[in-house]
Design a protein around this ligand. Structure first.
Ligand code: AMP
Ligand code: FE
Ligand code: FE
Ligand code: ZN
Length: 286
């Protein structure tokens, strides 16, 4: 049977709802052979995931880095998945620390806007909900649910709430700088859900050509936020540019409905990622 490989998941180290230990156990239960832990802007979950690694599961240590392309006004946010990089590389560590702080600044501003409109949510409560993990809008969404203002996370991301009216930019990492830092740390960068237009603005293909020239290794094609046509387009672009293609669930526990292993990556693409990485290795339990 072909290996089942899911290269994009979140734990409580960012905006997922399973702890890193629970996540690797759930990955094994879902029949995965390889899972990547890719929390937003942090490697804080890596060690706990390694310690809890069940038999026959391989863990790929990674992160999903909050980037921005400043080539247009206003700049467009995008996510880079970074795999198997050295988590101690000082410049990368500094940028991740900075962007996590920027998330808190942005979150607190969103809460101030909500409160100015009479919405009774508190920043302290949201920080407590994140429990030390990277804070994101899903944590604000949970506060809106607790306050009875919306019923679901997806409703909280609608235009009346975090999707538009109370949407504020955060101070992300320039995408070309992020690519260079990930490569310098021996990591392998893959553009997450590059055509997810339902989440917001997307970048033009010309930028992806430039990113490929600057060290991008791959494109995530199979993702729930891509339509079949978008998946096909991403595959075509990757073939043209010699980039590898991944598929992944982007699992967030109960913050999203998608299941672990809902989309998977071909073994050949996974092997290319492992072969290109020089930061850390995949971990298999003994
Ligand atoms: P942030 O990183 O704080 O900007 O928040 C973005 C995160 O919110 C993403 O990583 C997803 O976890 C989540 N998210 C974005 N759009 C939606 C949506 N429409 N429904 C549910 N969750 C979403
Ligand atoms: Fe997320
Ligand atoms: Fe993402
Ligand atoms: Zn993600």
């Amino acid at each position: 049977m072909a290996a089942r490989i899911d290269l994009h998941t979140h734990s409580t180290a960012s905006d997922g709802t399973l702890s890193p230990a629970e996540l690797v156990r759930a990955a094994a239960d879902a029949g995965l052979d390889v899972v990547a832990l890719t929390d937003h802007d942090t490697t804080a979950g890596w060690d706990a995931a390694v310690r809890a690694l069940p038999p026959r599961l391989t863990l790929v240590r990674g992160a999903e880095i909050s980037c921005r392309w400043y080539g247009v006004e206003p700049a467009i946010p995008l996510h880079l998945l970074a795999y198997l990089f050295d988590p101690t590389e000082p410049e990368l560590v500094a940028e991740l620390t900075r962007v996590r702080a920027a998330r808190e600044v942005r979150g607190e501003r969103i809460v101030a806007l909500l409160r100015a409109d009479g919405v009774d949510v508190s920043w302290a409560e949201i920080l407590a909900g994140a429990a030390g993990g990277t804070v994101g809008r899903p944590h604000i969404a949970q506060a809106l649910i607790r306050a009875g203002l919306v019923a679901t996370t997806s409703e909280a991301f609608g235009p009346d709430w975090l999707g538009e009216r109370y949407r504020l930019p955060k101070d992300d990492i320039d995408v070309f700088r992020a690519l260079a830092l990930v490569r310098a740390a021996g990591g392998v960068p893959v553009f997450a859900h590059p055509r997810a237009s339902r989440r917001g603005r997307i970048v033009p293909d010309e930028l992806i050509v430039d990113l490929a020239a600057a060290g991008l290794a791959g494109l995530e094609a199979d993702h729930e936020d891509h339509s079949p046509a978008e998946r096909a387009h991403v595959r075509g672009l990757a073939a043209e540019l010699g980039l590898l293609v991944t598929g992944s669930s982007d699992f967030h526990g109960t913050h999203k409905t998608v299941r672990l292993g809902a989309y998977t990556t071909d073994p050949g693409a996974y092997e290319r990622i492992v072969a290109a990485a020089t930061g850390v290795t995949p971990v298999a339990s003994g």
